[in-house]
Design a protein around this ligand. Structure first.
Ligand SMILES: Cc1cc2nc3c(=O)[nH]c(=O)nc-3n(C[C@H](O)[C@H](O)[C@H](O)COP(=O)(O)O)c2cc1C
Length: 338
């Protein structure tokens, strides 16, 4: 009898495994088709994709304008590229707030070089034909002011958080532990708590990791600690939950960033958009189990007394909120609910 039960359980597990593998193949095939049909990189003729390309391009310059060790003449190729993207966008789609910010960033770049013997005739012509757009302001802040909103109401606190690429001191381990403790309040599907954190406290490991990540040029070497947030795939139960590691991990990352900010720790979120071989090498470098997916990397450090942050202006709620259905108008339509 016991043997029969055991056999039945094994058969059941085998059958469920077969079903989940089949569904996973179906789901990932679906994802691939959706990606091919939707990814901006493959459809630059779309307004949103063209705008995203411009935001990425101006962000490179915006970062350069706010770097700890700024150098004159940086990013000249990026300037030319951004100008041609803006011109092409304006021709095809007309006016846009983010595109205007791109022009503002180019003007700020020009102003940084004014009076320093830099001839930029192409940029000057570009800017003079858009004279109504002022230079973007990349905030220069004092540390005390930047972290002053830690006890403020949430909208004020949330607006005060920005990534910082200026690090000047060591963060005690207990501070990181306290922030991770706060971050554990993040919600997760069925409370399965997928997120794990691998804290790197060794400059050699940091440098090797950043060399793989390639998003920290000009500031990574100043970071005191690096947090690698992973999600344990062991918590994923069905094929349809294939994105859950990243969804739950991403929610955790946001909570962790707020926690770091609330404790006066400067952080810079770093992508983990890397090819499979790099992902495997990073797992090996840090001894991260293969069942944990790397979701995000966060550089941390104590900030200097004063520093610059990139403006990174946002779309408004009206730009991104779509109501479906004709329910009563409770005053929130197209704006922020307060
Ligand atoms: C998923 C993700 C990946 C990012 N990757 C990088 C990166 O590799 N290097 C970097 O300097 N900043 C990176 N950032 C920081 C963004 O540039 C920054 O969050 C964005 O411009 C908004 O600015 P704010 O966080 O200061 O408000 C990343 C942010 C996110 C959310």
């Amino acid at each position: 009898m016991a043997l029969l039960k055991k056999l039945k359980r094994a058969l059941c597990a085998w059958w469920t495994g077969c079903r989940i593998r089949r569904e996973a193949r179906q789901a990932f095939r679906y994802d691939m088709r959706e990606f091919m049909a939707g990814a901006g990189a493959l459809h630059l003729d779309r307004r949103a994709a063209a705008r995203a390309e411009i935001v990425m391009a101006y962000h490179v310059l915006e970062k350069g304008l706010t770097m700890p060790r700024r150098r004159l003449g940086f990013g000249q190729g990026a300037v030319l590229h951004l100008m041609s993207l803006v011109e092409s966008f304006e021709r095809r789609f007309g006016d846009d707030g983010q595109v205007r910010h791109a022009v503002g960033v180019l003007r700020a770049y020009r102003e940084m070089h004014s009076g320093r013997q830099w001839n930029m005739p192409r940029l000057d012509a570009f800017l003079s034909s858009r004279a109504g757009i002022p230079a973007a302001v990349e905030p220069h802040v004092k540390r005390a002011d930047f972290f002053a909103a830690k006890d403020a109401p949430f909208p004020v606190f949330a607006a005060s958080r920005h990534v910082v690429r200026h690090f000047a001191g060591a963060v005690p381990r207990r501070e990181i532990e306290a922030a991770v403790e706060i971050a554990t309040t993040a919600p997760s599907a069925c409370n399965r708590q997928h997120a794990r954190v691998h804290a790197v406290d060794d400059p050699a490991l940091r440098d090797r990791l950043f060399a793989m990540q390639r998003g920290t040029r000009g500031f990574g070497a100043d970071a005191d600690k690096v947090l690698v947030v992973t999600a344990d795939l062991s918590s994923v139960r069905w094929a349809w939950e294939r994105h859950d590691a990243y969804v739950n991990g991403g929610i955790f990352v946001m909570n962790l960033c707020y926690a770091l900010h609330s404790r006066g720790i400067a952080h810079c979120i770093l992508h983990w958009s890397v090819p499979p071989d790099v992902d495997r090498r990073a797992h090996a470098l840090l001894g991260i189990p293969s069942c944990e997916a790397i979701v995000q990397v966060i550089a941390c450090g104590m900030p200097p007394e004063e520093f610059d942050v990139a403006a990174s202006p946002r779309l408004s709620a009206g730009d991104i909120l779509t109501w479906h259905g004709g329910g009563r108008d409770d005053g929130c339509r197209g704006g922020t609910a307060s």
